[in-house]
Design a protein around this ligand. Structure first.
Ligand code: ADP
Length: 611
């Protein structure tokens, strides 16, 4: 498949034409051409043509830059005839856009709504997508998100130790960045090691102007050094990385900094620039060699931070098979690699100094720089984000085409994870929260009219209590409390597995609210796993209300087929499968993942498209 890949930054756009197979990412890809525009909008704007020439073009706008690159790629008519898709790299996908996404008006407006999470990067990427869709309306456009690779971070690596009301209210969490680059390192390492992702624990060090480390445990990102924003972690070109938050408070409270001065300090004047006056590692190395103390300190501080993360991430994963370097510094600086790898013999990582000084890439853009006897393989990987996003786009389109071929446009079912919750009658609400109390909406739920309320209650059983159980609205005729198997142990109760509303002969439970306690005579259940769908979806899938089906969850290492999934059909329903937290944990499912409905009578196929 031929994919045109576009990588749009705040002042540069890179374009590459990539031949790539659907299931491959990066290392299997072949670049047919690339070109880029740097310094957009400025006086020293440069076009790097496909022939390797550099042309100065003053003040090129984003639209002019994209048009110029499309000309370099052979012109619009030719692209339309030969290319199957356009892949766009987008830095931030927020909590919602966690997989490669076919661009339409809905996904574009979701993208707009999260612009504030990456104000320097997302708006130009969204603008470039709009321009490309206008210029190439016949082609499918796919957005691939840098944060998506880290959607697998477990809660312990994703959360900051802040009160939940703060993190939830302000959307504070760790996302991680450079995902396409780390994904490329993963696939390149697999090719080089002749291994599958499930066999390798990799520490991937992306050292460019921005820099981050990722711990990739058997194919999944489980830790990464950048957090909610790209400021956390390593020392970078102009960012300081990890810093005591108390320093920021001190600068704000006692040193005359305001928010914008602090922003400028942390994003533009810190890191290597702050230590030495330049962010160019080549220059810093030259000056250090001549005896400049500031540059010497900068290099040791830079490498020390990386070494610290490598040690930490080996501990996080309980071992490491591959340590890889990529990005401008990672690929080119033998000195930095040498310093990072000092004293890591205890990890079984031994640098081959000659190979490190003269790291020559193989045909897949990988160089091995470890001694033959080194237990941990040390690699240098040529960064190739364009191939990675092209691979992701190709995979998405191949799936879509397979769906179309079988006439099953959406055998995939979005999965929602239901934490324990309470549906209450107005009478119970009155007794728990006060007479005539009206639930306040906290967040809309995907099923029309349903919402998570701001209110919560405590559940009290003979074995213990669980606080903070979310109340869902609007009020119902009957009280119904849904808990998981794990909750049963905590509370010391048995909750039968029931479909919502089937409350005959169910046990009760005591609820506690701010204004009183209520002991329900019944209504406690463990929700039977189910799929909500509209009559149109049911017709498409060939199922009826109350049918029992199977759904396959493909989740990188914890794949699981759920049986006993009950179909619930109503014109009021949106397509969605509901699992409780125990079920989701067992399958390693995250909010927003998709399952595949398994066809009744399908012979060897797990799903409607035969995968
Ligand atoms: P970006 O994150 O902007 O894509 P790059 O990945 O191109 O940045 O990395 C830029 C960094 O790589 C700069 O600090 C540059 O000095 C450094 N770099 C490039 N070549 C070398 C080299 N031969 N030796 C040391 N550092 C290098």
């Amino acid at each position: 498949m031929l994919v045109l890949a576009l990588n749009c930054g705040s002042s540069s756009v890179k374009m590459a034409l990539i031949e790539v197979e659907p299931r491959s990412v990066g290392a299997h890809a072949r670049r047919m051409f690339d070109a880029r525009v740097e310094g957009m909008g400025g006086a020293s704007c440069r076009v790097h043509t496909r022939d390797g020439e550099i042309r100065e073009c003053e003040g090129l706008s984003l639209r002019a830059a994209v048009s110029e690159l499309l000309e370099q790629a052979g012109g619009r008519a030719r692209i339309r005839d030969t290319v199957q898709a356009v892949a766009h790299r987008v830095v931030h996908g927020g909590g919602e856009l966690v997989r490669p996404t076919l661009i339409d008006e809905t996904s574009l407006s979701t993208l707009d709504s999260i612009a504030a999470l990456a104000p320097l990067h997302n708006p130009p990427a969204a603008a470039a997508i709009r321009i490309c869709r206008e210029l190439l309306p016949e082609l499918p456009h796919v957005a691939v998100f840098d944060t998506a690779f880290h959607a697998t971070l477990p809660p312990r690596a994703r959360e900051y130790a802040l009160p939940r009301e703060v993190t939830e209210r302000f959307g504070i969490r760790r996302y991680g960045f450079h995902g396409t680059s780390h994904a490329h390192v993963l696939s390149a390492a697999c090719v080089h090691m002749n291994a599958t992702p499930q066999e390798l624990r990799i520490i991937s060090c992306h050292l460019g102007n921005g820099a981050s480390v990722a711990a990739i445990e058997y194919g999944r990102s489980v830790e990464t050094s950048m957090g909610m924003t790209p400021l956390e972690g390593l020392v970078m070109g102009t960012r300081c990385g990890d810093i005591d938050p108390g320093v920021l408070l001190h600068l704000l409270q006692s040193a005359g900094f305001d928010a914008s001065a602090l922003d400028e300090l942390l994003n533009s004047r810190a890191g290597l620039t702050g230590l030495t006056g330049t962010n160019d590692m080549r220059e810093i190395e030259r000056r250090a060699a001549r005896g400049d103390e500031h540059c010497r300190l900068a290099i040791t501080l830079y490498a020390h931070r990386i070494r610290k993360y490598i040690g930490a991430y080996a501990a996080v994963m309980g071992g490491v098979e591959v340590i890889a370097f990529t990005g401008g510094v990672g690929e080119n600086s033998a000195l930095v690699r040498h310093r990072c790898m000092q004293r890591l013999d205890f990890l079984g990582a031994v640098l081959d100094e000659d190979a490190n000084r003269d790291a020559g890439f193989d045909e897949f853009g990988v160089a091995c720089i470890s001694e033959e006897y080194s237990r941990t393989r040390l690699l240098v990987v040529r960064a190739d984000e364009e191939s990675a996003i092209a691979g992701d786009a190709a995979e998405l389109l191949a799936r879509r085409d397979a769906d179309r071929a079988t006439g099953m446009a959406s055998a995939r079912i979005p999965v929602a994870i239901s934490a324990r919750h309470a549906h209450l009658s107005q009478a119970t609400i009155d007794r728990l929260f006060g007479p005539g109390y009206v639930l306040r909406q906290r967040a809309a739920l995907s099923q029309p009219g349903q919402f998570a309320a701001q209110e919560s209650v405590a559940l009290i059983g003979p074995g213990g209590r669980i606080d903070g159980v979310r109340v869902l609205g609007p009020p119902r005729v009957h009280d119904q409390i849904e808990i998981s198997r794990t909750d049963e142990f905590t509370l010391g109760v048995d909750a039968p597995v029931r479909i919502s509303g089937d409350l005959l002969n169910t046990p009760g439970i005591t609820l506690e609210g701010p204004r009183g306690r209520v002991t329900l005579p019944n209504g406690l259940i463990s929700a039977r796993r189910h799929i909500h769908m509209s009559p149109e979806d049911a017709a498409l899938f060939g199922v009826r209300d109350c049918d029992t089906v199977q759904v396959k969850l493909d989740t990188d290492g914890r794949d699981l087929i759920f049986g006993d999934v009950m179909v619930r059909v109503s014109p009021d329903f949106n397509l969605e499968m509901h699992l409780d937290t125990d079920e989701a944990n067992a399958a390693g499912v995250k909010q927003g993942d998709e399952g595949e409905l398994i066809l009744r009578g399908a012979s060897d196929a797990f799903s409607r498209d035969g995968r």
